[in-house]
Design a protein around this ligand. Structure first.
Ligand code: ZN
Ligand code: FE
Length: 259
């Protein structure tokens, strides 16, 4: 069983810290800044950072990788299709890797970037997903490199994971994502309830993560493009008949860009 904590970085990033408490070994996901990780290691001098997992090449995800590698010698895993500093292992779709004695499966999930990968641990009782900037809580990443079709396919793949999978994304964007979700589905009671919950958490300075696949299926408009009401809202906004789930996705994503 891994213990997972968030190390806040920049204004709204989380660096996920995976801890094997018996071996006192840890791994980090997407260290955009080395400082929060080095601070933690300084406060835990008997711990070893053994692995660095990277989802994609953006600076807020890789900015601390080189420094952490130089200080700790940790093994750096990252997407094969992107330039990742100090990468030791180039990962492709469906690769299986072992980190801290746990198996992780790699999914290629293009859209936000073309080589973006997610890491999935298929534990029967507590599956985990590190989704980077692809699947956010109540939202999804912007399409910087990929097409709407690619992103829709990537999100559909993640949405098909077991409902109780815990979802760890890289940004605290949940509240602004929920504002958009309410605009898409003003009558969805699950979105309203989540909005109330996350508003209360954020007012207390609490993190809104992890999410779960089950909660995302109920409240994330980008996973709900098959719903008639979501299609109708997308049609209204885009002034066209979005005749496929992928077209609904494309219209919603472009609306969200300026929302
Ligand atoms: Zn990014
Ligand atoms: Fe990011």
């Amino acid at each position: 069983m891994l213990q997972i904590d968030a190390l806040p970085a920049f204004s709204d990033n989380y660096i996920w810290l995976l801890q094997d408490t018996t071996q006192k070994r840890c791994a980090v996901v997407d260290p955009g800044d080395a400082a929060p990780v080095l601070d933690w290691l300084n406060q835990h001098p008997d711990w070893v950072l053994s692995d660095i997992l990277v989802t994609h090449h953006h600076f807020d995800h890789v900015g601390g990788v080189e420094q952490l590698y130089e200080k700790t010698g940790a093994k750096v895993w990252g997407p094969a299709l992107e330039n990742i500093p100090a990468r030791h292992v180039a990962l492709n779709d469906n690769d299986q890797i072992n980190v801290l004695g746990h198996e992780f499966k790699v999914f290629l999930v293009p859209g936000h970037t073309l080589g973006h990968i997610a890491y999935y641990h298929a534990d029967a009782s507590a599956p985990l997903l590190f989704s980077g900037d692809t699947l956010f809580a109540a939202g999804c990443g912007r399409l910087f490199e990929g097409t709407p079709d690619q992103m829709h396919h990537s999100l559909s793949r993640l949405a098909a994971l077991p409902a109780h999978t815990a979802v760890y994304c890289t940004h605290e964007y949940t509240l602004s994502n929920l504002r958009f979700a309410v605009a898409v589905e003003p009558k969805n009671p699950h979105i309203a309830a989540r909005m109330a919950q996350v508003t209360a958490w954020r007012a207390e300075g609490k993190i809104s993560l992890p999410s779960s696949i089950a909660l995302e299926l109920l409240t994330n408009p980008f996973l709900r493009v098959n719903e008639t009401s979501v299609k109708e809202k997308a049609d209204e906004w885009s002034k066209q008949d979005n005749d496929s789930p992928s077209a609904v996705f494309a219209s919603l994503r472009s609306k969200k860009d300026t929302f």
